[in-house]
Every structure is written in C-alpha cells, then in structure tokens.
Design a protein around this ligand. Sequence first.
Ligand code: ARG
Length: 574
Amino acid sequence: MKHNLLKIRDIIFQSARDADFEINIEDVRIDKTKTIEHGHFACNIAMLLAGKVGGNPREVAERIISKIDSDVIEKTEVAGPGFINIWVEQKFYTTECQFVTQDITKYLEESFEDIKKGTMVIDTSHPNVAKPMGVHHLLSTVIGDSIKKIYKRLGYKVVNDNYLGDWGTQFGKLIYAIRTWGDMNVIEKNPIPELLKLYVKFHDESEKDSKLDDFGRAEFKKLEDGDKENKELWKFIVKKSLDEFEKIYSRLNIKFDVINGESFYEDKMGEILDYGRKEGIIVDGEGGSWIIMPDEPEDVPVLVRKSDGATLYATRDLARIKYWEKTWHPDLMVNVVDVAQEFYFNQLFFAESKLKLTNAKNVHVSFGRMQFKDAKMSTRKGNIILLEEVLNESEERAFELAKGKGLDLTGDEAKELARIMGIGAIKYNILSQSRTTNIIFDWDKVLSFEGNSAPYLMYTITRAKSVMRKSDLDEIDAADYKFSELSDSEISVIIQLMTYPNVVNHSAEEFKPNHIANYLYELAQCFNSFYNSNPIIKAESEDVRKSRLLLVASVIKVMEDGLALLGIEIPEKM
Ligand code: ARG
C-alpha cells in the first residue's frame, strides 16, 4: 500500500490521464506549500503539461481537478500561474500517523514499494595505514555511513568495504626508516606516532639525499616479491594501525562489512593487465610503461603500469572493481572520496568501461574540505588535526554545555550524555551541510541548543518523549488514537511528517544526507511551535489530548528514524 505523498501523486497522475493528458508518473511532483492557508500540498504538473502541449496552465489545472475522484483529498484550488493546491482529508492523515506510530519500518517499506532496488557496495573511510586518522577522514566515514543506512532503509542490500591504503612505495620508505632509525621497543609502546615520526624523518632526509628514495623503492620491491622480514614488518604496521582505527570507529559506532585494503588486490591485478594487453586496450606508453589511451586525443591517458613494472593506485582500484563485481554483482558502486580525486575517478571510470569490468552504475560521491572557524585549529601548520582530538574536545564541550544548561543528571548520566551529544554533534554538523561545498566547522554552532544542531534536535526529542512518559501511555497506545480539532500548528507538523518518505528517497537519489538533516530540523521547529502553543497532557478534552499524543508519538518515530539514518544516537534523558 502506498503512503502519503505517493498516494496523492497517484491521484493527480490518474486525474491527468482521465483528462486525456499524456503524462509520466515521474513528472508529477507534490511539494509542501509555503503557508497552509494555500493548502497542504501543491503540484506544478499543469504548468509542465501546458508547456508541452500548449494551452493555458490554469485551464489545464482546472481540467485535471475536475477529474479528481478520491476520498483522500478534501479540496483543491487552482492558484497563481497554474498550481494545483491540495487539502488532504483529516481521516487520511489520521491513518497515516497511526501507521507511522505502529511500525515505521513497515510504513517506509511500503512507501518505497515502487522503487527499484538492488545491491550497493560502498567504499568509505579508507584511511592510510601507518598514519593517524586526521579530521578529514571523518567526512568520508560519516557521510558514507549515512548513505549506507539510507540505502538500506530504501530496501537495498548494502555492503560497505573499508578500502584501506595499506600498499604502495610509502611502505618501502617506512620499512627503510624503521631499520635505519627506529627502535622496535619504542615503536611497540606508541606505534602510530612513532611510525609517523619515522616517516617524516625519511622525507626530511631524502630531501638532502635522493638516494634514499631508491632505497625505499627497493624495500617495497622486496615486500612485493614476498620477502619474509619485510612482510612481517608490514603486517605489524597494518595490525597496529587497524587497532588504532578500530578505537575511533567504535567511538563513532561505525561498522564495516568488509575490510579489504589495497594490499588485498596485490595478486588480482595481473589478470586485468593480461586481458587489457591481449585485447589491445592496454598499450605501450613512454619508457615501457603501460597505458589506456583516451577517446579524445587532448585527454590524458590512464597509466596502469609504471616503466619499472610496478603497479599503481589506479591498477589496484581496477582490480577492486572487478572483485566487487565478481563477489557481489552490485547494481550500484559508490566511492565516497574527497573532491581532490575527481579527475582520478573520471580516469578510473573510463578505464573500467574500456576494460568492461562491470555494468554497475559507478559513482564518485565527492565532498569538500573541512574548514575550521576556530583559530587554534585553522592556523595549525604542518601537523594534521587528529580525529581523536576533535572527538575528545567535542565530548568535553558537550559536558560543559549540559552543565551550563543546568540539566539534572548524575555523574554517569552526564558523561553518557556528553558522549552521545559530543559525537552526535560532530556527525550532525557534517551531515547537515551540503557535501559538495566545504564543510564549515564552528564549535559554537556545532554544540548549541539553538539553531540547526544535534543538541537542539536531541533536546526536542527528549522533550517529546517526556510528554509521552507523563501521559502514562506509550507510543503503542497512541496508534489507536484519532485526530480531532486540529490547529494550524498541528497541521503544519502533520504535513511535515507526511513528506518524510520523499525526503529519504531524495537523499538517496542525490547521495546527500543533508536533506534528511534539514528535514529533521524543520520538523523540530514545527513540533516546538506546536508544543509551545498547545497544552498536551492538560488538553481541554480527552479527544484533543489523545489527538495531540498521537501527533507527539508520530514525531518521535520519525525523528528517531531520521537520526538513525544519520547514525546519530539519542540520549534517554536531557
Ligand atoms: N586511501 C586513499 C586516500 O587516503 C583513499 C581511497 C579512496 N578510494 C578509492 N577507491 N580510491 O587518499
């Protein structure tokens, strides 16, 4: 059974057909109106049709609404240049909210019935081994996790794969540095910072003496050829790094289905190269290198093997695509990677299509940089901002914020709240901004009870939950209630609730969780203005009280679901 806007969309679609217009279902868009005096929803289909077949859009609109025959729609009106404004029957959204409250998962499943689903494999986080995770890794990790959750909600089968940077010449350099300047006892005690120091030292020294680069390359060659000692050392480095990454992932509550780093593809590149050579797709480049020629002569060829026979980042990515195809037969492959790699991904997808590695849709979901308002963080030169530091600071600030607000919590509760709020605030700050521009990071906005922030949403939802608690009824009881005598502020909440499935779908289509985040912010605003102007527990009559409780219960369900899609936990109490 279809829900909400989808149902209304179908009615408009059917009416337009009955009025003898040729029309596709995708052309029908139902939106919220700006203010509810103009109806609950509006549709611009008449303008679109008039543009296509000629004619006056207002007349087209009149023709369509004369065909509407449904008990869901209370009334319609032609407005402005030809909008169809729609008022929905109270009975209809009563049932819809009852559904939401009873079982929101099922409600959404039914809403997405018509959407084509499949399997998605997604590449997120992918930090480089032997280095600490920097704050820039947050973006791919957090955005990727949310996209994964959104597609799951849509009904996709999703596999997320952490494609660690655990292979390449840098490991030869590091091995050389460990042997030359390192002390295993010291490294064992504090692996990541010590390895980073050694890596930096290698770079400093190699600027003075270029022979070092050759030594580094030789060590990597040995590693590639299976040298036992180098392999042991490399394994040690990977293990220590993973332990370190795991600490961060567990704080962020992020899990991976598979962790196949670049090294995993070491033995899987040969067959692709062989195939490409045999088919004449991979040809000789300069100095004995191997390349794939571009279609346009002015474009850059894709390098897949260096003149010394070594493979590259791109060669491993090609092997990964092939492996994904073979293992999961995905319909959709998603790489959540920095915009700096945009050119690289264009080349990769070009090479992939030449080599016919998959028929899946392969997308680069790119994102901008993290930009700090805070002087301490934005002016730090050389050193990266450690992810761990940012998480710590956020939890500390959340603790102070909660204390400042005078929330009535005991020691342990306050700590737990600070954790949930601190981590949630960072995630929300990233996910509420459009990923295609730089992500601004301003502590005062990240951790504030006002405005578009996680603490504001958390506060709203705990307030709603406390109303339910005080009512001595649970959300399940509320599913049996009906709406009665609704005020404008209540209708605004309901209209906002009814657009939720569309918003989730839209977020998925554009790989943009910020649509959900901003939707939740609007919902919280609508809810708060309803809450501030209408008594709930002490409502004027039992019917009105029940009606308002149904609304509160529905808001809780949708807020919980939306925050879950963003990977944000909700505190029990605030
Ligand atoms: N490890 C790489 C880096 O930190 C990112 C990997 C992105 N994913 C990919 N399939 N190339 O730059």
